[in-house]
Design a protein around this ligand. Structure first.
Ligand code: MLT
Length: 233
């Protein structure tokens, strides 16, 4: 099933949750692990992020913080996937807190398996789901402060389309597949229509949108190794 945060049930968890925040948290997570980061530790709270990692030398860690699309003061970086070059992140532990994506992750972190997916790496999630066949799968779109988002929905649609899930998905899955079918060749344009895409454009992040709109340029599957800690499978 596909859930927006508002509609994610509070009293149950799936066998596998796939958290999606295409603009930009799960794109950043994929880009960072693909570029050789050791792990990405997700925090919903900035104060906790700042307090974490004291056991590591400053050269071994990077703090990435975003609120409202802007970098958080005092962090080493914001949430731009384009900053996650091998030079910047390879061999490092990343500590990440974002407005919606890391909160969505926290919401489902006790699921039996937790993956993250974005447009740049969704095929890796498809391969995992095909291979492992978990009985209940939630595709969780992070949205914006509890609301639906086009970019997360279209990525969920790409995953569901590849899995031929239309027969088993809820109505949200069917809607996501239809959105993907209509926009699959114009994702960057779709993202520019979306409300968070508009916000990122106002903040001068057009290059991030174009990067996030690429399909499967990173062959990496972020998987949760312990609650809140993602590594490349
Ligand atoms: C979020 O978690 O809301 C985002 O990833 C926002 C962003 O950095 O664009």
């Amino acid at each position: 099933v596909f859930h927006t945060p508002e509609l994610t049930p509070a009293d149950t968890l799936p066998d596998c949750a796939v958290v999606i925040d295409v603009l930009r948290a799960t794109t950043t997570i994929a880009a960072a692990l693909h570029a050789g980061a050791v792990d990405v530790r997700a925090f919903s709270d900035i104060d906790r992020l700042m307090a974490a990692g004291a056991e590591l030398a400053p050269s071994q860690r990077l703090r990435l913080g975003e609120r409202g699309g802007k970098p958080v003061e005092g962090c080493d970086m914001g949430n731009s996937p384009l900053d996650c070059t091998p030079d910047a992140v390879s061999g490092k532990h990343l500590f990440l807190s974002t407005t919606n994506g890391t909160r969505a992750l926290k919401r489902v972190e006790r699921s039996r398996a937790v993956l993250t997916a974005a447009q740049i790496n969704y095929q890796a999630a498809v391969n995992y789901l095909r291979d492992r066949q978990p009985e209940t799968v939630w595709l969780v779109g992070s949205g914006w402060q509890g609301t639906y988002s086009l970019e997360d929905t279209v990525c969920a649609g790409a995953i569901a389309r590849a899995l031929e899930a239309s027969a088993v998905g809820n109505d949200e899955v069917l809607g996501a597949i239809a959105l993907y079918d209509s926009w699959r060749d114009r994702l960057s344009e779709l993202f520019r229509h979306s409300s968070h895409g508009q916000r990122l454009l106002r903040l001068g992040n057009a290059a991030d949108i174009d990067y996030c709109a690429q399909s499967n340029c990173c062959d990496v599957l972020p998987i949760q190794k312990e609650p809140g800690v993602l590594v490349a499978l």
